[in-house]
Design a protein around this ligand. Structure first.
Ligand code: VG1
Ligand code: CO
Length: 552
């Protein structure tokens, strides 16, 4: 191990006039345009609040890294200098500051850290004209809980200054050990520990033999954090041909694109799989590596279905071959997994949107797998959703069943029926119009019960309230739901992660039994519901948008 390099330290207090941190509620961190973040003292104010609030900071270990977007390294530098001024004992960060969200979660857990700070705005664009973000994770490795997040915001309101140590910038060009004042800094390779974990969960030999036998895969890292991880996993370890990982070099602006793995922003990959014949499997991850999109030849896997397929076939994976404790999905995620869970006799929980709500269930050993419709799937191996893990899980199932993605989906629907599902996102609406639309719909919900809607009848219409089964805490206002008498659902939410105006999300779901029509285009299968909600919520009328910005 290289000797520790000691840096001179001068502890300073910088006064600030008035704190100005503002954020949409419900986010475990802060997400803003990069320029907004770069205002003098803005980042520092938020970091000060975190360091004053996170339990165990004095004498504790902190994990710090990011998805490689513009300002990542400079921000890590600020965090290191501020952490040293707050008595943190050790900071673990990574070469080039590259650390995916699931890999950070793993490092927090294995190092008994008090938490982590991840510099990422996830799937939002990056660069000077893009977005920047700070995600906060707690000691269990998961996104900070609602109460911790609220405490941090409360702290920002009363700050009149922050503590920082003035010293040189530590190089993240290679691994090394440093010290500032009494704090040690380890710069580690951020990839290795994560790869080791994946090798404990999956049977790499089996996946490798499968993909080498004429099963061509393509992975698109969208110039974000997963590139170096994916190259090591797919090309070095599993023996996929060089070039399997596309856009594998993390770039500060993600090459000008949105690192969002969906059919709109990962269109090149989607075209390759949905229009071409060369590849048998395609996958992409988002900016910070926690989301995944799965594609087969001429087949897009809806994320809600993905969770159901992983659950139904978990015995293919060594780490889950002894059975699952239970599963959970976020409320807007389709009920496809519910049917599988019922079938295998395990509990299925419904939580609000956001990974933090899975934390208690995972920590209490109530669930093994969980997921969200927003391209997020994960397990109890970490406390974040995990994009590459999901890709390996899919490959392991296909290797074990020796079938195509399309065949696997068909088999699944033939056994369990199909939940036609779609999410319509209306982005960058004026906040006032969005709030007004949402409030109006909410006020009209009670009158909807018993009425006809999209050719069916409404059996329940409310604003989702969650009672945590572990600690009994209540979380309100988690989305407007309209549930119809045949089990179909329409959900409306306002996004907590967008940075320009408001984003309205409309989630649509309708079930067809194994005997029904299983091969329809979801937009056609859901047509009646789409028309009914547009008229009820006056979406086109109020927003002036004739169609959604993104359809998934
Ligand atoms: C979105 C998704 C949600 C996800 C969240 C964070 O939130 O809908 O399911 O947990 O992003 O994902 P919202 O409030 O915009 O709908 V990530 O990849 O940014 O950590
Ligand atoms: Co993400």
């Amino acid at each position: 191990m290289s000797p520790t390099e000691l840096f001179p330290a001068n502890n300073k207090r910088i006064p600030i006039d008035k704190p100005f941190i503002d954020q949409k509620p419900g986010t475990s961190g802060l997400r803003k345009s990069t320029r907004y973040f770069q205002q003098p003292h803005y980042l520092e104010t938020f970091i000060e609040a975190i360091l004053q609030t996170l339990p165990g900071i004095d004498g504790g270990t902190l994990i710090v890294g990011g998805d490689g977007r513009f300002w990542n390294r400079d921000s890590i530098d600020v965090i290191i200098k501020m952490a040293a001024a707050h008595g943190v004992q050790k900071i673990i960060t990574t070469v080039d500051g590259i650390l995916s969200t699931p890999a950070a979660s793993h490092l927090i857990r294995t190092n008994n850290a008090v938490g982590g700070i991840i510099l990422s705005a996830s799937h939002n664009s990056g660069g000077v004209d893009g977005d920047f973000g700070v995600k906060i994770n707690g000691s269990n490795g998961g996104p900070a809980s609602e109460s911790l997040t609220n405490q941090i915001y409360a702290a920002t309101k009363t700050l009149d200054g922050y503590q920082i140590i003035e010293t040189e910038q530590i190089s993240l060009d290679k691994t090394g050990q440093y010290a500032i004042a009494s704090m040690n800094i380890e710069v580690i390779d951020g990839i290795e520990d994560y790869i080791d974990l994946m090798q404990k969960i999956f049977d790499f030999d089996r996946i490798s033999a499968f993909i080498k036998n004429d099963f061509l895969i393509a992975f698109d890292a969208l110039h974000a954090v997963t590139g170096p991880y994916a190259k090591r996993l797919f090309e070095d370890l599993l023996g996929a041909p060089l070039g399997t990982v596309r856009n594998g070099k993390p770039l500060e602006d993600f090459g000008g694109g949105h690192p969002d793995p969906n059919l709109t922003y990962a269109k090149d990959l989607a075209d390759l799989l949905l229009l071409g014949q060369e590849y048998a499997f395609g996958a992409a991850c988002d900016g910070d590596g926690d989301r995944n999109m799965i594609l087969g030849r001429n087949c897009f896997v809806n994320p809600s279905d993905s969770l159901a397929v992983l659950t139904a076939n978990s015995d293919c994976v060594p780490a889950y071959s002894k059975g699952l404790l239970g599963v959970a999905r976020s409320m807007p995620t389709s009920s496809a997994v519910d049917i599988v869970a019922k079938n295998i006799g395990i509990p299925c929980y419904e939580t609000p949107t956001g990974w933090k709500f899975f934390g208690n269930l995972l920590d209490a050993g109530q669930i093994t797998l969980c997921g969200e419709e927003s391209f997020g799937t994960g397990s109890n191996h970490v406390r974040e959703k995990d994009g590459l893990w999901a890709v390996l899980f899919w490959l392991q199932i296909l290797a074990s069943k020796q079938c195509s993605v399309k065949d696997l989906m068909k088999q699944h629907w033939t056994s369990f029926g199909r939940h036609y599902y779609s999410r319509h996102d209306y982005e960058s609406i004026s906040t006032e119009i969005a709030n007004d639309l949402y409030k109006t719909v909410e006020s009209k919900l009670p009158s909807l019960i018993g009425q006809s809607f999209g050719g069916r009848h409404v059996s329940l219409a409310d604003n989702f309230v969650y009672k945590d089964p572990i600690d009994g805490s209540i979380t309100r206002n988690q989305g407007l739901r309209i549930i119809l008498d045949d089990g179909s659902r329409i959900v409306l939410r306002l996004s907590g992660t967008g940075t320009k105006g408001a984003t309205l999300r409309v989630y649509l779901e309708s079930y067809v039994s194994p005997k029904g029509h299983l091969e329809q285009d979801p937009q056609i299968a859901l047509k009646e519901l789409i028309v009914a909600i547009d008229s009820f919520a006056e979406i086109t009328k109020r927003t002036g948008m004739l169609k959604p910005t993104v359809i998934t």
